[in-house]
Design a protein. Structure first.
Length: 170
């Protein structure tokens, strides 16, 4: 891995981590456990669609681990990791099918996958299958938040593309 790539991924991780920490200060929009906007996922989406899956994975893993440490909630690491990895896997699969104008679609499905991954981890940890009753509101929130973060990620990717083309003189 080149030093330039490491530095770029570190900057993206810092941006995602900053967004994550700021978002922790925002009260939950609805009284459903696990629902949040997921604004730091904008950075992961941008990394995936502009740099590729390995860079997106590096940014995601660093952000999840550091986010849990900085937030002082290492118990949340398992939930964030399971949801994040499942969401990234879905986005990677969809990336092959979508254009820059359809990133929001990948984000919606990824957000729903994230909620499913977190719920599966919670059921595994607590041995409480009744937690699956939260699945419908979590999926609805995944569609809404995924659409928002997806559109923001799509705008970011398109804007980065314009910046890169201008920089390269194309």
């Amino acid at each position: 891995m080149s030093m330039r790539r490491i530095a770029r991924d570190a900057v993206l991780t810092a941006v995602a981590l900053t967004i994550f920490i700021v978002e922790l200060q925002i009260p939950a929009p609805v009284p459903v456990p696990g629902v949040k906007l997921g604004l730091s996922n904008i950075v992961t989406l941008a990394a995936l669609f502009t740099l590729g899956p390995w860079d997106a994975l590096a940014v995601l893993l660093c952000r999840v681990v550091l986010g849990a440490a900085f937030a002082g909630n290492m118990a949340a690491l398992l939930y964030s990791l399971s949801g994040g990895l499942l969401a990234l896997g879905v986005a990677i699969l969809m990336r092959k099918l979508l254009t820059e104008r359809q990133i929001w679609v990948a984000s919606v499905f990824s957000a729903m996958a994230h909620n499913i991954g977190q719920l599966l981890a919670a059921v595994a940890v607590t041995s409480t299958p009744a937690l699956f009753t939260w699945l419908p509101p979590l999926l609805i929130s995944g569609v809404i938040t995924g659409l928002f973060t997806g559109l923001a990620g799509q705008f970011t990717v398109q804007r980065l593309g314009k910046i890169m083309r201008n920089r390269d003189g194309k």
